[in-house]
Design a protein. Structure first.
Length: 615
């Protein structure tokens, strides 16, 4: 059989890269290859339409082994398992404990407790952890920065009293003063000494981490993948430098760092991001000369993004978070939190939390994602993305280091400005539909109403003091469209009538485009099969009490139909032309001023229409 197989392959000649390119050029029929098929990413590099073995032969990443330095292929040698984590708001210790015990029976093996600072006490922790076997479950805690050291001391005493084996206790305390600087504008540099105390306190627990790099905050604020990557590396390096400068051993410090990173919708790029992060972080830690290469391992808790979540058509959030969860788990992370689909507009319900848990369990128990080490290894495309992201992430890391380091850039507001600029650009791209949000700025649900859904305000918005430092502005990508649609819904929902006439294919295509365009603002759209005359169409529109009449035809026929329709309508409704025909100047000269087409800024156009309609 082996010989037959060999003869079979010998019969086929392997085409060269040039032969593939020649064939593509024929199929392109003269179109520019680079403009049509080469993708210029937001991360600053090009992605080719295909890759071959020769493209990765020069790369070093395919030669790496799982569980070995530089850990690009993961920290484990035997499997790809991860902790399925769910976070719990622990205002009430008994209620939070009951919820924790319940979800531990539903597939969760990692708990994240958010404890108010004024509730931190030995009694509270004892009640919170009652019945939870901490040697079998990862336990993570978030509290006020100024109570973190107290919490650490309580936990050490609690674990000791329970007789736990320190080598089996896995968990973390989320302590990150630099995040507080960026997100709240508070100068918390003085708390770095607390980080050093935390490291010393938790030194007896080798698998318990206590200094966090919360780059999820950048992800949820719109940062590009390369930005989150580069800044996370510089952020982590800042903590390494600050803590070793205080006399702490590098092996100890590195073992206490944890990265809480976001996962956005770019499936393959996010998969490559985590591989790249491990690769570069290992190189950074190595420069501190640790005694054991294990100190160079990066521990990542991945969290699916809220930046791309929406209020309208919110079940689409499940699709987004599912692909994000796939990216993270295939990339080999330590633990994963799937953000419930309704978190943007309400306190997550039991239903949404159950679905979020099951999204992970589906990947682990049914898709067996936890069984194969580094499933993306050897893929020409993923290896290329890993290498290209490494170049961009390292470039940003070096820029930060050469400019004084991450803390210095945060205090100068440079990191905040960079993220805010990216966020503003992405909002502009969404307004022009260069970045799609299914169900929001593209293919909205025409009949959906908000039903009282409103964006959840930040829990810290009250009593907000004047920030001492520049802050990162967190605004979801869909927020502008949602605000517009809710405004329309609350005041008056106009009717938009499609006056379809002329060429069948063009009128249908433009009617569909126009319906999607106008429904983004919550307008009621009325499509039609077609009219024989513009008078018939206008009369039907007026009978339907339309506020907007959109003429949908071909570019050539607009010269014949648009002006007569506009004149016959005679100001009784807003008149819109679907498209940007060559005769646009003639139409404008006749008084027609509204056109919608692919080059429009959708958001600005709809705001303008709302203003004209008195909404």
């Amino acid at each position: 059989m082996s010989n037959n197989k060999q003869r079979l392959f010998d019969e086929f000649q392997s085409p060269s890269t040039q032969e593939w390119l020649d064939k593509i050029q024929v199929d392109l029929k003269g179109a520019d290859f680079n403009k049509r098929l080469v993708w210029r990413t937001n991360e600053g590099f090009n992605v080719q339409p295909f890759y071959r073995r020769e493209d990765v032969l020069k790369l070093k990443t395919p030669d790496a082994l799982p569980g070995e330095f530089p850990f690009v292929r993961g920290n484990k040698k035997d499997d790809n398992s991860w902790y399925v984590r769910q976070n719990i708001k622990a205002d009430d210790a008994k209620a939070a404990n009951e919820k924790a015990l319940d979800i531990l029976n539903k597939g969760i093996d990692s708990l994240g407790f958010r404890i108010p600072g004024d509730k931190v006490s030995a009694e509270f922790v004892s009640t919170l952890l009652c019945g939870i076997e901490c040697e079998c479950v990862e336990v993570n805690f978030t509290t006020c920065l100024r109570h973190a050291e107290q919490l650490a001391e309580i936990l050490v005493e609690y674990f000791k009293a329970k007789g736990y084996d320190n080598n089996k206790l896995v968990g973390s305390i989320d302590f990150d003063p630099i995040e507080k600087m960026m997100m709240k504008g508070r100068d918390t540099e003085a708390l770095i000494d607390t980080a050093a105390a935390l490291v010393k306190t938790l030194a007896p627990l080798p698998l318990f981490r206590c200094v966090s790099v919360n780059s999820i905050a950048l992800n949820n604020s719109g940062a590009y993948i390369a930005q989150e990557l580069g800044y996370a590396l510089a952020w982590g390096n800042e903590y390494l430098q600050l803590l070793t400068d205080r006399g702490l051993d590098i092996d100890l410090v590195a073992s206490k760092l944890k990265f809480n990173m976001g996962v956005s919708e770019n499936y393959f790029m996010e998969l490559a991001k985590f591989r790249t992060a491990r690769l570069l972080w290992a190189q950074i830690v190595k420069q501190y000369a640790p005694k054991d290469d294990k100190a160079c391992q990066m521990t990542v808790n991945a969290i699916t993004s809220t930046y791309n979540q929406t209020i309208f058509d919110s079940y689409v959030n499940l699709l987004r978070s599912q692909t994000e969860a796939m990216s993270a788990t295939l990339a080999g992370i330590h633990s994963l939190v799937v953000t419930p689909f309704d978190v943007t507009y309400e306190q997550p319900t039991d239903f949404s939390e159950r679905i979020a848990r099951n999204q992970q369990l589906l990947l682990k128990e049914e898709c067996h994602f936890g069984n194969v080490v580094d499933p993306g290894a050897g893929s020409y495309y993923i290896e290329h993305l890993t290498d290209a992201l490494a170049e961009q992430g390292w470039k940003l890391f070096l820029e930060v280091e050469e400019d004084g380091g991450f803390l210095a850039q945060v205090k100068a507001g440079k990191v905040q400005q960079a993220i805010n600029d990216t966020n503003a650009k992405r909002h502009g791209d969404a307004a022009k539909r260069r970045e799609f949000l299914l169900g929001t700025n593209q293919f909205p649900n025409f009949t959906e109403k908000s039903e009282g859904k409103r964006p959840v305000a930040c829990c810290c918005c009250h009593k907000q003091e004047e920030p001492e430092l520049p802050v990162i502005k967190t605004t979801r990508l869909a927020a502008d469209f949602e605000q517009l649609r809710i405004q329309t819904e609350e005041k008056r929902v106009p009717k938009a009538f499609m006056l379809t006439i002329g060429n069948l294919a063009m009128r249908q295509a433009r009617a569909q485009f126009s319906c999607n365009f106008l429904a983004c603002a919550g307008y009621q759209v009325i499509d039609n099969l077609g009219f024989k005359t513009v008078e018939e169409g206008v009369d039907a529109a007026l009978k339907a009490e339309a506020d907007i009449v959109v003429i949908c035809s071909s570019d050539d026929e607009y010269a014949e139909y648009a002006i007569p329709a506009f004149q016959y309508l005679n100001g009784r409704a807003m008149f819109v032309v679907a498209g940007a025909p060559a005769c646009m100047d003639d139409l404008k000269a006749a008084g027609i001023e509204n056109f919608i087409h692919v080059k429009c800024n959708v958001l600005d156009t709809l705001k303008e229409y709302n203003e004209k309609l008195g909404i």
